[in-house]
Design a protein around this ligand. Sequence first.
Ligand code: FES
Length: 77
Amino acid sequence: MKYNRKLVLVCTGKDCKSEGAKRLQKELSHDPALKGKCKWIKTKCLDHCKSAPVVVVGDFFCKKATVQKVSELIKKS
Ligand code: FES
């Protein structure tokens, strides 16, 4: 059975949280273009705190993540 939604890991460790990871996830999850396409998974620290906020989309590691960067990654992958 194939899982149709993309798995998106959002780090909610201390540094990512302080750099707006939760707000980022909230904005992305309300994007109509992405609605129903992703499964959002909150993670603990991914050990790239200096690049916070960090989001992983499939095989891609998005450092200093922004809504635009993550949205494009999701659409491309
Ligand atoms: S807190 Fe997110 S990578 Fe460490």
